[in-house]
Design a protein around this ligand. Structure first.
Ligand SMILES: [Zn+2]
Ligand SMILES: [Zn+2]
Length: 139
């Protein structure tokens, strides 16, 4: 099974993800002719829809604090999502109040997992809560 061969940091570490790996032609600073490499969807720059797992309170690392429930990589604020995901959510609520964010987007995941009691205090809280009910209410 192929794994992602893309270099992800300055130390030359490989990404190693298995999800959505496909062959791509890449060019690097050291070679002129494109080489074939395996690259996962993330390294190819495609957004992947991620279903955020429920993080039980007991499993959270109290030292670093809870992770963002939407991107799972940054530290969450009081709303349960990180500042980056929160701004994506607020931006969507301001620009597109009449429809939910597209599938797989950061804003959509953020709205789905944000804590309603915190979101209610946001400027666009009513919009976010309405979209959240639409997304999480099934159907
Ligand atoms: Zn990768
Ligand atoms: Zn986030």
């Amino acid at each position: 099974m192929p794994i992602c061969m893309m270099i992800v940091n300055g130390a030359g570490a490989r990404c190693g993800r298995l999800a959505g790996v496909e062959k791509v032609k890449v060019r690097g600073p050291g070679f002129r002719v494109p080489e074939t490499r395996w690259a996962c969807a993330r390294c190819r720059g495609e957004e992947i829809a991620v279903v955020a797992p429920e993080i039980p309170d007991g499993a959270r690392d109290s030292r670093i604090g809870p992770r963002c429930g939407a991107c799972l990589s940054h530290r969450a604020g009081p709303s349960g999502v990180c500042p980056s995901c929160r701004s994506a959510m607020n931006f969507h609520a301001r620009e597109n109040p009449s429809r939910p964010p597209r599938h797989g987007s950061k804003a959509r995941r953020a709205i789905q997992v944000a804590k309603p009691e915190v979101v209610a205090g946001y400027k666009y809280g009513d919009v976010i809560l309405r979209i959240q009910a639409e997304l999480n209410g099934g159907a």
